[in-house]
Design a protein around this ligand. Structure first.
Ligand code: FES
Length: 104
């Protein structure tokens, strides 16, 4: 299992676990992270899975692909912004830290 940690808007941290190949969105939804709504189910169409990757992890996570990048441009984007459904867990992301948005 790969462990990730979400920082919630109030500063509390919540750990979640997933197998290699799961998306960060799937792990967040299963863990009940309130700000990850994932309305499109992971098809890179809704941006309701927006998270911000901690700067210490952005190189390992890698950059967004072109379609994700266009969707991120519609948001209040920050350095490290990613759509969690487009981030696949892999062994070297064990311990990943991501900031979750506020729930609407
Ligand atoms: S779940 Fe819709 S863009 Fe990620």
């Amino acid at each position: 299992m790969i462990e990730v940690e979400f920082v919630l808007p109030d500063g509390t941290r919540q750990r979640a676990f997933g197998r290699e190949g799961y998306s960060l969105m799937e792990v967040g939804v299963r863990a009940g992270i309130p700000g990850i709504r994932a309305e499109c189910g992971g098809s890179c169409a809704c941006a309701t899975c927006h998270v911000i990757i901690d700067p210490a992890w952005t190189d390992r996570v890698g950059p967004p692909h072109a379609a994700e990048d266009q969707l991120l441009d519609l948001l209040d984007r920050a350095p490290g912004s990613r759509l969690a459904c487009q981030v696949r867990l892999k062994k070297d992301l064990d311990g990943l830290l991501a900031f979750a948005p506020a729930a609407d």
